[in-house]
Design a protein around this ligand. Structure first.
Ligand SMILES: [Zn+2]
Length: 698
């Protein structure tokens, strides 16, 4: 738009660009917001852009990202398990009712009630049981853009002018709401359900344009506000619902980049949306059943609740109880259920090679067949020392004998030897069964450990990454189960509960740092070497754009042999970050500050986690942490008082200097300088006559 012809409406106003670019002054912004009132005019300015992105995106592939990954929603679903939501006012079913005012009025009451039940349930479960909820719900009246309780608006004859329902910060001084205090808006529009039928059908511009209009209006109001938002306030969620279905639109961006030309409001707004915003659109899914009750556990309602959860965080800060905390209660609950139903016996299968056990966790719905409780799926193999396991790839079969069962992670894994080479020792991981399309939250860890890690190690191999500090993919494939395999020739699995279970085999083998620390076998010398070796692994991976995302004592092993100095290998690459959408593991003790705050890694994040690991290995004490808020608080206090540097300084000055360097880099966009630190660390490693063992390539 720079140098383009001005909007027709502004011709003759004499406004120059200079006045527009100085528009970040509040008065201009206020005027801009005051004039930005017509969603139709914004939508018209977006037509060309919308057409171009709709054409550009491949057929089957939607033009926008989704706001939430399925795995996040699954975790959230587990966290909500113990929470009860109740919508009292039923949503009228427009399919069977004629479109009348009475139906529309009830729909507005029902959507208010739905949002209220959602925000209240979330507030009490995650933030505070005792403090009253500081939010309220009301409807937006389009003539003055003020908020009214639906009941009151209907009584006052405003029904025809209601255009949205919002969750707002309660403010007795402004009973009709203020735009900077809007957490979230829901637009009730007919026929949203049409876009649920097939997922590649995109929302039309008429619907999306309106959502973008309201989102930008909220962002502008926030930029003028004196409120202190707890979290980044530059994203907004807009809900699109009809009387049965709904979806979520997320708009994110920095409104300071908007050109506040008050004579050109809609063009400037459209330009900002096109150039400076990120838009994400969820699938449209069912929210209310035919009786008008919300299906709280279903994905449609879950998406709405998760959006609301993020909105509350913007105003109230991190919750007292994290999603992880509440999701973790799922396991014990399930065990209680199993005990109650006496589903816990171990059984031995036909040929006695393997013993398998009911896994302690499994999807919550266990099918009950008439008179007997039948357990068909969900059997986790429990391999014993001495048992032999066969796996196959497309063109080979290999046997592995189990030497040792290890239990220091969430799931058992093994040290095994190839049948044809009993001297060799390898790590062997057993994955979750492929038939679990929507595995339990706990099983996701297993999926990361096996399936995802196989993918990452394969990519490393393909990209030619080689370092002795990185694990090597030795084999991967599917298990060959006992008995006849009757899988169809077209592929897939037979009925055997293990059929198709993926296996990953890696080298080298070593003891984990957590084990060394617990047995007080991790001293100062090990700390410096461990820091060097892990940093070297990170540097090699970073050269291919891969970051680890889950550094902790269980994921670093010390490799010893008769002829070499011991060295450390960074394992557990299942949570690695390959692209922007990947999320790192969340660990209250070892995650970086940025990961806890943003769910992403900055360039120093892995190094920060490494520093926490070294801190405890040098005798530093991690406090009991039970919330993200507490974890962030601990980090802030420890860094600002230089407690971490002091502790590491007791062990080695180079580690202290490294911690200072990491502290200075955290949260900034500057890249890590690996080479300089690898050199410094190397100088501090006792090389003796084993000097050649230290990899000087970095
Ligand atoms: Zn089979």
């Amino acid at each position: 738009m720079e140098g383009g012809s001005p909007d027709q409406g502004s011709v003759g106003s004499g406004t120059k660009r200079s006045s527009a670019s100085s528009g970040s002054r509040p008065r201009n912004r206020k005027e801009f917001l005051y004039r930005f009132v017509d969603s139709g005019m914004l939508t018209a300015k977006l037509e060309d852009w919308f057409e171009s992105i709709s054409n550009k995106s491949e057929p089957k592939k939607p033009a926008f990202d989704v706001p939430f990954e399925l795995i996040e929603l699954q975790k959230f679903d587990y966290a909500l398990e113990g929470i009860s939501f109740q919508q009292v006012i039923r949503m009228p079913n427009a399919v069977y009712a004629s479109t009348s005012d009475a139906v529309e009025a009830t729909a507005y009451l029902a959507i208010e009630d739905f949002l209220h039940a959602g925000v209240k349930g979330l507030w009490e479960a995650f933030w505070s049981q005792d403090e009253p909820m500081p939010f309220s719900v009301a409807c937006l009246y389009d003539e003055n853009l003020k908020f009214y309780q639906a009941e009151k608006a209907v009584a006052d004859g405003k029904l025809g002018g209601l255009c949205a329902t919002g969750i707002l910060l309660t403010n007795p001084r402004h009973p009709h709401g203020k735009w900077d205090q809007i957490l979230e808006l829901a637009l009730l529009r007919p026929d949203i359900r049409n876009f649920a039928m097939d997922s590649d059908r995109q929302l039309p511009l008429s619907v999306l344009g309106e959502a973008l209009f309201y989102a930008l209006r909220v962002l502008l109001s926030r930029s003028l506000s004196r409120l202190n938002y707890s979290q980044s306030s530059n994203s907004v969620f807009i809900l699109l619902v009809d009387s049965q279905y709904g979806g979520v639109v997320k708009v994110e961006g920095d409104v300071n980049k908007l050109v506040f030309d008050v004579n050109n409001v809609y063009e400037c707004a459209a330009e900002w949306i096109i150039k400076h915003s990120r838009i994400a659109v969820s699938s449209v899914d069912r929210i209310w059943n035919k009786l008008g009750n919300a299906n709280w556990g279903d994905i449609g309602a879950l998406q709405v609740l998760f959006a609301t959860f993020h909105c509350i965080m913007q105003f109230a800060g991190f919750p007292k109880h994290s999603v992880e905390d509440l999701a973790a209660d799922h396991g014990p609950r399930l065990q209680a259920r199993r005990a109650e139903r006496q589903l816990g016996d171990a059984r031995v299968n036909g040929n006695g090679l393997f013993r398998f056990q009911q896994r302690s966790v499994s999807p919550e719905i266990v099918e009950v067949q008439d008179d007997s409780v039948k357990i068909e799926t969900e059997q986790l193999m429990k391999l014993e020392v001495g048992s032999v396991l066969w796996l196959e790839d497309s063109n080979w079969q290999k046997g592995y004998q189990i030497n040792q069962v290890l239990n220091n992670s969430e799931h058992p894994y093994y040290i095994a030897s190839p049948v044809e080479d009993p001297q060799k020792r390898l790590f062997l991981y057993v994955g979750s069964h492929p038939s679990q399309l929507e595995p339990a939250w706990e099983d996701m860890n297993l999926w990361y450990q096996v399936q995802r890690q196989t993918k990452i190690l394969t990519i490393m191999k393909q990209k030619g990454l080689s370092s002795k500090y990185l694990p090597q993919l030795s084999a991967s494939g599917r298990i060959i189960h006992p008995g006849q395999c009757q899988r169809p020739s077209s592929g897939g699995n037979c009925d055997h509960p293990w059929c198709g279970t993926p296996i990953l085999v890696t080298s080298p083998v070593g003891e984990t740092v957590s084990q060394l620390i617990s047995e007080a076998r991790f001293g100062m010398e090990e700390a410096v070497r461990c820091c060097h070796d892990c940093l070297s692994a990170l540097s090699t991976a970073a050269s291919a754009g891969i970051r680890h995302g889950d550094i902790r004592p269980e994921n670093v092993v010390c490799v010893r042999s008769a002829v070499r100095q011991p060295y450390f290998v960074l394992i557990g690459w299942g949570r690695a970050i390959l692209e922007d959408r990947d999320r790192p593991a969340m660990n209250l003790h070892f995650s970086s500050t940025y990961a806890l705050q943003e769910g992403k890694l900055c360039s120093a994040s892995d190094a920060e986690s490494l520093v926490y690991m070294l801190y405890i290995s040098c005798g530093g004490v991690l406090p009991d942490l039970d919330s993200v808020e507490g974890a962030l608080q601990w980090r802030e206090t420890s860094w600002s008082r230089r407690l971490i540097q002091q502790k590491l300084g007791d062990a080695s000055t180079v580690l202290k200097a490294f911690a200072d360097y990491v502290d200075s880099l955290c949260g900034t966009p500057y890249p890590m300088d690996y080479d300089i630190w690898l050199r410094r660390l190397r100088r501090n490693i006792n090389e003796d006559d084993h000097g050649k063992e230290i990899d000087t390539s970095g």
